[in-house]
Design a protein around this ligand. Structure first.
Ligand code: T5A
Length: 205
């Protein structure tokens, strides 16, 4: 399959980490060189973003969108660790969240078209070969977060907010359907059923 760039998106608690772990193990067994990564990253901008999320800091949404973009640019262009470098080295890059999250999350309280523009019009931003969206009922995600975690982060506070984020994702996918390869997978099912659909989508990409 070679140097494909695959992104997985979904609400908080939608099962991305669970599925990505299974997918990368499956691909590695098949002999693929896989680089599994995620946003936000752990560079200095990412550390500030993590504080905003975990401490629910009240920060302007345009500032948040700019921080996520800065973090993403470092994630892509870092000379030794960046996504571009891994793709050049013929690895398959699988990324947990990418610019679609900025559109859906920061779009809840800013001009979503501006967030799309600063990302999509930036020459360093690369387009994924495939984006998989794990579509799970926001109520289910919220229940999983409340059951499994000590505290809720900034975007995990209410089912209503998560409903709005889900709707934003669907609106964005509709806007991008002619220019991007987006696969929406119903993920209110068993872990194994979802994994089978993900493997099929990746193998077809
Ligand atoms: N963000 C990010 C922005 O606002 N803008 C941006 O541009 C970007 C890039 C990052 C936060 O930053 C925001 C979005 C987020 O709020 P994160 O680090 O990606 O957050 O964290 P989460 O999305 O919250 O990731 P989680 O690891 O918590 O959730 P996952 O990975 O989606 O879910 P997972 O696999 O950990 O599963 C959650 C629980 O559900 C169970 C699992 O066992 C686990 O307990 N589970 C299932 N249970 C039943 N059936 C299934 N099919 C299940 N699948 C998993």
């Amino acid at each position: 399959m070679g140097n494909k760039f695959i992104v997985i998106e979904g609400l908080d608690g939608s099962g991305k980490s669970t599925q990505l772990k299974m997918l990368s193990e499956y691909l590695a067994q098949k002999g693929e060189k896989v680089y599994l990564t995620a946003e936000p990253q752990n560079y200095e901008t990412g550390a500030y973003i993590r504080r905003i999320l975990s401490e629910s800091l009240d920060r302007d949404m345009y500032l948040q969108a700019a921080l996520f973009l800065a973090d993403r640019l470092e994630h892509i262009t870092h000379p030794t660790l960046g996504i571009k470098k891994h793709l050049e080295d013929d690895e398959m890059v699988i990324c947990d969240r990418y610019y679609y999250s900025s559109f859906a999350y920061q779009g809840t309280a800013s001009d979503m078209n501006w967030v799309m523009d600063i990302n999509l019009k930036c020459p360093e931003i690369i387009k994924p070969d495939l984006c998989i969206f794990l579509d799970v009922n926001p109520k289910t995600c919220k229940e999983r977060i409340d059951t499994n975690r000590g505290s809720a982060e900034l975007y995990e506070k209410s089912t209503a907010l998560m409903e709005k984020i889900r709707q934003n994702f669907l609106d964005v996918f509709d806007k991008l359907k002619e220019s991007e390869n987006i696969k929406i997978i119903s993920a209110d099912r068993s872990i194994e059923e979802i994994q089978a659909d993900i493997r099929k989508a990746v193998e077809e990409a």
